[in-house]
Design a protein around this ligand. Structure first.
Ligand code: TYD
Length: 143
């Protein structure tokens, strides 16, 4: 899967280049450089049980970038009724870019998983679509 910042593709998995020296490693995320949007929100999720599902929503406006800065987890993306993609984030230099209007489910968290999320929008519950039926209706799929 490959695309560029202004692509209409729903997601992109990219590799970040750590700055490494004798002290260790450092990864930088700059808005409009490493992520294709201005960064307006950052949150991280952790201490999720092994059987927990998070997400299970799509966003009308928000775009996201996901980085597993510790441990690992899986992210299932539902792109249409018959099209899903599962990404296993296991490396902290991997960044998963997700456009708006993509259904996402995060699961299979390792006990040490810290999933960092950055977004271009401030939190607004009214732009969250939390029903998969409503999501399919909005993207024009029959349920
Ligand atoms: P939720 O979106 O359900 O989390 P997840 O998709 O990871 O399962 O959010 C959990 C709670 O946190 C919910 O009450 C909304 C709140 N919340 C905020 O207040 N601001 C935020 O930026 C986010 C992501 C969640």
């Amino acid at each position: 899967v490959g695309t560029n910042a202004n692509s209409s593709k729903p997601f992109e998995l990219k590799k970040l280049k750590p700055i490494g020296d004798q002290k260790g490693k450092l990864v930088v995320l700059e808005g409009l450089v490493d992520v294709p949007f201005e960064i307006r929100r950052l949150f991280y999720i952790y201490q999720n049980g092994p059987d927990v599902f998070r997400g299970r929503h799509a966003n009308r406006r928000s775009q996201f970038a996901f980085i597993c800065i510790s441990g690992s987890c899986k992210i299932k993306l539902v792109l249409s009724l018959g099209q899903t993609v599962t990404v296993h984030l296991t490396v902290r230099e991997q960044i998963l870019l997700i456009r708006n209007m993509v259904w996402k489910e995060m699961y299979d968290f390792s006990s040490d998983c810290v999933l960092l999320v950055v977004s271009d929008c401030i939190y607004d519950e009214s732009e969250y679509i939390r029903s998969i039926d409503e999501y399919f209706k909005l993207i024009g799929e029959l349920c």
